[in-house]
Write a protein of this length. Structure first.
Length: 344
């Protein structure tokens, strides 16, 4: 017997690497040293930093992959993978430098995984970071044929004196929200439970979803906020803190960017919650508390700025075609989120 008899096709793996080579190269920055195929990816630090700090992040896509695999659509989940990592790194004020991916599958299907990597490359280009390398593991018996899982790893850089760590946040700072592009990559296990336990089908087009199928609505990729937010920092807008709204929603993620003895008071009526969340709440009979603690509710990223910078910050993002709105302010407290539309 040989490795192919055990379910692992080494030649297919080599062919797959050749197939994605141009996609990977399309993301390269000037600091990349060498090409694809080495044991490690090499990256030279950018010049111009006095005290550079490297900021790392890792994440996956979660059970959103199940929806992609059921619908046999794989071109968006790679964007999600990049977004979940680079948006986290961005909250420190860091620019993402490079990204690595890990793909595990039951059987290497080149066309399927090329679509995945095409999405990863698109996400890297959107974030301005290089797809420096990755790993593809063919694991028969561990994953079923057609199944795959993804993990991503990102490294960014920030000047130490400009790194955001909560110490810059002041009571009275204003919370400005940037809209999400739907549910992003969190809460999909609940979404799948709702669809699986009702007579719904992923190809149906509920009126509340504006003509999209249910599958299309929930496969919409996570928004990448890197370039507009870095643009705001480069425009010398005064930003004291940032939060990426992921698993746990606003209650869990927004307080993470605060300093000691601080909370945020939210104004729930200050933004319009997208119809997709109304649809989920109605179809799944999901309480307001469960909705806010599971989903982003239409807010993907939040910036904390001093009050005198609020209007200028909103105008900047509007010039980038991003509808930014004030949703609350920093108050004295114990690291909580107040003003939620349910009792805590």
């Amino acid at each position: 017997m040989d490795y192919r008899d055990a379910g692992v096709d080494v030649e297919a793996g080599r062919a797959f690497v050749d197939q994605i080579r141009n996609l990977v190269h399309s993301t390269f920055r000037p600091e990349v040293i060498g090409g694809l195929g080495g044991f490690g990816g090499c990256f030279q630090l950018p010049t111009g930093f006095k005290e550079p700090v490297l900021v790392s992040g890792t994440d996956g896509v979660g059970t959103k992959l199940k929806i992609a695999q059921v619908l046999n659509r794989h071109d968006t989940v790679g964007i999600d993978l990049v977004a979940m990592c680079v948006n986290d790194v961005l909250t420190s004020g860091a620019q993402p430098l490079f990204f690595l991916d890990y793909v595990a599958t039951g059987k290497l299907e080149p066309q399927q995984l090329t679509e995945v990597v095409a999405g990863i490359a698109a996400g890297c280009r959107s974030a301005g970071c290089a797809l420096l390398g990755g790993e593809t593991a063919e694991m028969p018996g561990f994953y079923q044929v057609g199944e795959y899982d993804l993990a991503g790893f990102c490294v960014g850089i920030v000047e130490k004196s400009q790194m955001l760590d909560g110490s810059q946040v002041k009571v009275g700072d204003v919370a400005i929200a940037l809209p999400s592009a739907g549910v992003h990559s969190n809460g999909l296990s609940l979404v799948r439970k709702i669809v699986d336990t009702t007579p719904l089908d992923w190809d149906e087009r509920p009126q509340l979803l504006g003509g999209q199928t249910i599958g299309e609505a929930f496969l919409k990729p996570t928004q990448i906020y890197v370039k507009p937010v870095l643009g705001a920092l480069q425009a010398e807008l005064e930003i004291h803190g940032m939060a990426h709204i992921t698993g746990g929603g606003l209650p869990e993620n927004l307080p993470r960017c605060l300093g000691k003895n601080q909370s945020i008071h939210l104004q729930p009526d200050s933004w319009t919650i997208p119809p997709i969340f109304q649809w989920l709440a109605e179809v799944g009979s999901v309480s307001a508390e469960a909705m806010y603690n599971t989903f982003n509710m239409g807010i993907g990223f939040v910036l904390l700025v001093p009050p005198h910078q609020a209007e200028q910050t909103i105008n900047f993002f509007q010039s980038q075609d991003i509808c930014a709105v004030v949703i609350g302010e920093v108050i004295n407290g114990s690291g909580t989120l107040t003003g939620l539309p349910f009792s805590t």
